[in-house]
Write a protein that binds this ligand. Structure first.
Ligand code: ADP
Length: 422
């Protein structure tokens, strides 16, 4: 059976998050890093292309998404998905809206939905407002994100400046009335010329209703969780099955390393817990790095005992991040840290490390790119939306997990290593 579902993710952790949730269906999932340069052969029923375009210039994001769509269509995909963060990370310029409109145009789709809700991870949407746990998005730690600070919680207001066509809401009352009620609401909005529909969702049952109601849409958009019910719907209809190419879940033996460039509140707690646990740690300072380069980190890493799972991190509190950004500029501060963690990943691989735990979406993109990883096969889930993945880098087979900033519990790093050994 060829590919039925093709997803495009705006960052790497988002792509593995989606892959992990789809893989719960046991339908084979394959994840490509960037648009493959070779034509599709032996593709999986569910294919995901990970881009690194969340904060790219709009034009570039749109071009990359169009190229990804072309590849997925050639692989045979009939249904498409645009995956972004469950905290709707974007700016008034984009890139969620412009990419969605470009994909709709290419697919001749007149309507799509926006559903970032991820109930298992505390993201819910009610009356068009996005909540992180009990906090509105703009009052959550996302207000301090280094690249996409979210200062409004209302998805209609966030999306409107990003798109040309009208935006409206299908609210929780409609969703709670079931798939038929939602279908009717969508049809009515379509008649009114509404292309972009924010859909409320608070529970996994809401997501099942939305997936059921929207299964005929060529393009859906959202966080990972709205895609989770889809494979089961397609299995029942015989549109996908559990056969597919043999995806390797193998890594060579070798020590583990943790690389953290996320400054989210949860990653700050995870790094503290790990460091307080007595593991060897190296804290990166963007100002030092800009001035003196990476030699000191490399020396430290080369001196580490192989069995202690060292951590190298730039993770810092919002005031420290702002201080570095004030001195270096936001982009340069981010770029220096990303380049350093990417260089550390290569160094670690060359020193024999074979298990990589990476925290941060942009950071994961930089690390994956540096390791020249082109395809990831999806293994066991560590936390909702964070699976172990298996990949080739150079001549080596490694295990790698890419954690989006806010995901996982405080013990994530130790838990990740335990899950791999289990
Ligand atoms: P998340 O998944 O939490 O959003 P990302 O890796 O996507 O994490 O984004 C964090 C950004 O912040 C990256 O560009 C990273 O290089 C940058 N960064 C990390 N540490 C610091 C720091 N101490 N000062 C300034 N910027 C930082």
């Amino acid at each position: 059976m060829t590919t039925y579902f093709g997803a495009i993710a705006d960052d790497f952790t988002g792509a593995t998050d989606l892959a992990g949730l789809l893989a719960r269906s046991n339908v084979p999932v394959s994840l490509r890093v960037g648009v493959p340069k070779t034509p599709p052969v032996k593709t999986a029923p569910l294919e995901i292309i990970a881009l690194k375009c969340r904060t790219a210039p709009v034009r570039q994001a749109v071009d990359e998404a169009r190229a990804a769509l072309d590849w997925l269509r050639r692989a045979g995909a009939k249904k498409f998905f645009w995956k972004y963060c469950s905290t709707f990370d974007s700016t008034p310029r984009g890139n969620i809206g412009p990419v969605a409109e470009a994909l709709m145009e290419a697919l001749e789709a007149d309507q799509t939905i926006y559903c970032p809700a991820f109930p298992e991870n505390g993201r819910s949407v009610f009356m068009g407002n996005l909540f992180v746990g009990e906090q509105p998005l703009a009052e959550s730690p996302m207000k301090d994100h280094p690249l996409t600070p979210m200062t409004d919680s209302n998805l209609l207001r966030l999306l409107e400046p990003q798109v040309k066509m009208p935006v409206r809401l299908a609210n929780r009352h409609t969703v709670a009335n079931g798939p038929q009620a939602l279908r009717e609401r969508l049809a009515q909005l379509r008649q009114d010329g509404v292309a972009h529909v924010i859909t409320d969702a608070v529970t996994n049952d809401d997501l099942c209703i939305i997936a059921e109601a929207c299964q005929d849409m060529t393009l859906l958009t959202g966080g990972s969780a709205i895609a989770m019910p889809l494979p089961d719907i397609w299995l029942r209809q015989g549109l996908v099955d559990r056969s597919g190419p043999d995806l390797s879940h193998h890594a060579e033996d070798g020590p583990a390393i943790i690389l953290s460039g996320s400054c989210s509140a949860m990653t700050n707690r995870q790094v503290s817990a790990y460091v307080l646990g007595g593991q060897p740690s190296f804290r990166l300072n963007p100002l030092d790095l800009a001035e003196n380069g990476v030699e000191e980190v490399f020396e430290w890493l080369s001196a580490q005992a192989p069995d202690r799972a060292p951590i190298i991190y730039a993770t810092a509190a919002p005031n420290e991040v702002r201080a570095a950004q004030d001195k270096l500029g936001t982009e340069r501060a981010g770029a220096v840290v990303e380049a350093t963690l990417a260089a550390c990943a290569i160094k670690a691989r060359d020193l024999g490390f074979r298990r990589f735990v990476v925290a941060g979406g942009e950071t994961s993109g930089a690390v994956t790119k540096a390791l020249d990883i082109r395809q990831l096969n999806i293994g066991k889930e560590i936390a909702p939306g964070v699976p172990w993945c298996f990949a080739r880098t150079g001549e080596h087979h490694i295990a790698i997990t890419l954690k989006s900033g806010n995901f996982g519990t405080e013990d994530f790093f130790t838990k990740a290593l335990e899950v791999l050994d289990a």
